[in-house]
Design a protein around this ligand. Structure first.
Ligand code: NDP
Length: 162
C-alpha cells in the first residue's frame, strides 16, 4: 500500500506562502526538507512546481494538474489524487504542497511533518486547520535559526480511527 506523508513549514497563524513563494528565508528548514524527502517520491500542485521552477533532484517528482495539456520535462504528471495514488503504488510519497493540495491531502496522509515557525509573516496561502481528535503530536525538536527565528520540527501521527 502507498503511504502519504505531508511535509510543510507554517508560521504561527498557519501561513505557508505569499505570491506563490515562501514568506521566509530559513535555510535550516530547506536542509531538513531535502534530507527528509531525498530518495522518495514528492507530490505537489502545479503552482508549487512552478514556484520551485524545476524538478528537485534525487526524488521522483509528481505534479498534479487538472490541465490535460500541461507538460514539462523530468516530472510525472497526474490529473487527480486517485491517479496520484495509482502512480505512487507501494512507495512512500511526501506531499509537499501547496495550500490547495494540503486541504485535499489531510484525509489521505497518515503522518505530517510540520516545521512550526514561531513568528508571523505576511501570507496569502495557509495550511488547513486539523483536529486533535484526529492527529496526535508524536515528536517535537525545537531549534533557533542562525537568524534567531525559533522553529520546531513536529511530527503528527493520525490516530487509529477504530
Ligand atoms: P498548489 O501548489 O496547491 O497548486 C494548486 C494547483 O494544483 C491547482 O491550480 C491545480 O493545477 C492542481 N490541483 C489541485 N487539486 C487538484 C486535483 N484534485 N486534481 C488535479 N489537479 C489539482 O497551489 P496553492 O496556490 O494552493 O499553494 C501555493 C502556495 O503554497 C505558494 O505560496 C507556495 O510558496 C506555498 N507553499 C508553501 C510550502 C511550505 O511548506 N511553507 C510548501 C509548498 C508550497 P491546475 O491549475 O494546473 O489545474
Amino acid at each position: 500500500m502507498s503511504s502519504f506523508i505531508i511535509i510543510v513549514a507554517r508560521d504561527k497563524h498557519s501561513g505557508i506562502g505569499i505570491q506563490n513563494a515562501l514568506p521566509w528565508h530559513l535555510p535550516e528548514d530547506l536542509s531538513h526538507f531535502k534530507k527528509t524527502t531525498s530518495g522518495h517520491a514528492i507530490l505537489m500542485g502545479r503552482k508549487t512546481f512552478e514556484s520551485i521552477g524545476r524538478p528537485l533532484p534525487n526524488r521522483r517528482n509528481i505534479v498534479i494538474t487538472r490541465n490535460p495539456e500541461w507538460k514539462t520535462e523530468g516530472v510525472d504528471i497526474c490529473h487527480s489524487l486517485e491517479e496520484a495514488k495509482a502512480l505512487v503504488k507501494e512507495q512512500t510519497a511526501y506531499i509537499i504542497g501547496g495550500a490547495e493540495i494540503y486541504r485535499q491531502a489531510l484525509d489521505l496522509a497518515d503522518t505530517m511533518i510540520i516545521t512550526e515557525i514561531g513568528q508571523t509573516f505576511e501570507c496569502d496561502a495557509f495550511f488547513p486547520a486539523f483536529s486533535d481528535d484526529t492527529w496526535l503530536e508524536t515528536n517535537r525538536e525545537a531549534h533557533v535559526s542562525a537568524t534567531n527565528i525559533p522553529y520546531a520540527f513536529v511530527t503528527y501521527t493520525k490516530k487509529n480511527k477504530e
